[in-house]
Design a protein around this ligand. Structure first.
Ligand code: HAM
Length: 429
């Protein structure tokens, strides 16, 4: 019989890891809702041209990392390598800017696909949670997106969160900087890697992002983008930084931060979590001016970020923040004897209808085996009863942690459960 293995760079998600993932996504979504972002879903596959045009056809993502295929109708489709281009496409195509107050604020999460070399914190299928705020140009909105990112990480329990920030400026600044980069790198061209030789003419900004050691050394002496910002961009960056100071957001200005997508202009940022292991940036984002117009829409700016959920989970677990992610079972039913077992279904249904998770052993058995199962299921309470108790409308409710047991009246099951289990606060935040 043939056996099958998962595709390289993908993972099966279950058990504790799945619980942690759900919890983190729930918190991130709730935080974004507090900031007035609304959910949006876009398709997992898009026309290949969207990413070539939107994300940038000379970026590594588009040049090397896309899962592109022809469907049976001969269309070139791509599994999304990032969300921003797809969200911008939806805003343009559905004319969402026309009927809604601006800015539009969306949050999203789901799987993405990049053909990268799998490694620590790097997968070929991974998950992002992200936000996009589109339609109004404002330093405050740029900062608010970063504030949401930082506050979300702090809320999750990460300490000492520090953002790296930079400004790529607008068109004029970038053009001046591009010229300066070409001038600087041209004398080094012979010793640069093949990718960088190409980047020198296609996308010089990418030269600052090369991972080859010898090229990194050359890049270290490159001109500083902040020296090439035109007056307007300089002022905007100062305004941004003033907000960050006002809010007490911890940041460091890193002029080498250029990001791996082409749509950025103005503020860009990334956050790494300094923990046991370095998984790379846990999130990245920034401001973009021309993405919507590049896609045939109106000239509206946007700002947003995306969190790499697998990297976030890894750091969350490393930091020991995940202890409370498994809710466990509320009530484990323990019918003594076959007769009581047969009568258990209505009781089980009633407990669940009251909003408490409950389980019945798969077959009648001994009390000792029930307790072992209850422990494995992390049950908080056991509901113990035999034929006789059921006949009298009674059962014993045992707190499995405190080892205390009380007799309860089954006709008042709902009140008894509320009194003993106490309803959890349903708000995530
Ligand atoms: P990005 O920097 O390409 O930005 O990805 C954001 C985050 O996704 C990264 O910081 C990282 O945590 C995670 N990530 C990226 N590639 C992988 C991978 N192969 N395996 C695991 N995690 C990965 C964007 O995608 C932009 N769309 C963000 C944005 C939104 N900018 C504006 N709005």
């Amino acid at each position: 019989m043939p056996t099958f293995q998962k595709v390289k760079g993908t993972m099966d998600v279950h058990g504790h890891y799945a619980r942690v993932k759900e919890k983190l996504l729930e918190v991130l979504r709730s935080m974004a809702e507090l900031y007035a972002y609304q959910p949006i879903e876009t398709p997992m596959m898009e026309s290949t041209g969207l990413f070539e045009r939107g994300s940038g056809d000379t970026t590594d993502i588009v040049e090397k990392q896309m899962y592109t295929f022809f469907d049976k109708g001969g269309r070139s489709l791509t599994l999304r390598p990032e969300y921003t281009a797809g969200v911008a496409r939806a805003i343009v195509e559905e004319k969402l800017y026309a009927n809604n107050d601006l800015p539009l604020k969306f949050h999203y999460d789901g799987p993405l696909f990049r053909y990268e070399r799998p490694g620590l914190g790097r997968y070929r299928q991974f998950t992002q949670f992200g936000v996009e705020c589109v339609g109004v140009d404002s330093a405050w909105l740029d900062v608010e997106s970063l504030l949401l990112a930082v506050e979300s990480l702090s809320y999750l329990g990460f300490r000492g969160v520090k953002a790296k920030i930079n400004s790529l400026g607008g068109k004029a600044s970038r053009e001046a900087y591009r010229k300066a980069l070409v001038e600087y790198f041209t004398p080094h061209v012979e010793s640069m890697c093949e990718d960088c030789k190409r980047r020198l003419s296609t996308n010089p900004l990418r030269l600052l992002d090369c991972k080859v050691e010898s090229d990194k050394k050359i890049a270290a002496g490159a001109p500083n983008i902040l020296d090439y910002l035109v007056e307007e961009d300089k002022r905007r960056f100062e305004e941004t930084v003033a907000y960050l100071d006002l809010l007490g957001i911890d940041y460091v200005v890193d002029p080498g931060l250029v990001r791996g997508l082409d749509y950025y202009s103005g503020l860009v940022y990334e956050i790494n979590i300094a923990g046991k292991k370095d998984y790379g940036a846990v999130l990245g984002g920034g401001h973009y001016d021309d993405l919507l117009s590049e896609l045939g829409g109106p000239s509206l700016p946007g700002v947003g970020f995306a969190v790499g959920i697998e990297r976030l989970i890894a750091s969350y677990i490393d930091e020991g923040l995940d202890a409370h992610c498994d809710p466990g079972l509320d009530v484990y039913l323990m019918p003594i004897g076959e007769g009581a077992y047969r009568e258990s279904a209505p009781l089980l249904i009633e407990v669940r209808l009251n909003g408490y998770s409950a389980e019945l052993p798969p077959a009648p058995g001994k009390l000792g085996s029930y307790f072992k199962r209850a422990e494995r299921a992390k049950a908080r309470f056991a509901l113990i009863y035999g034929d006789e108790e059921l006949g009298e409308g009674k059962a014993n409710l045992k707190d499995l942690e405190k080892k205390e047991q009380v007799e309860i009246d089954l006709s008042k099951l709902s009140e008894e459960l509320d009194a003993h289990l106490g309803r959890e606060d349903e708000h995530v935040i």
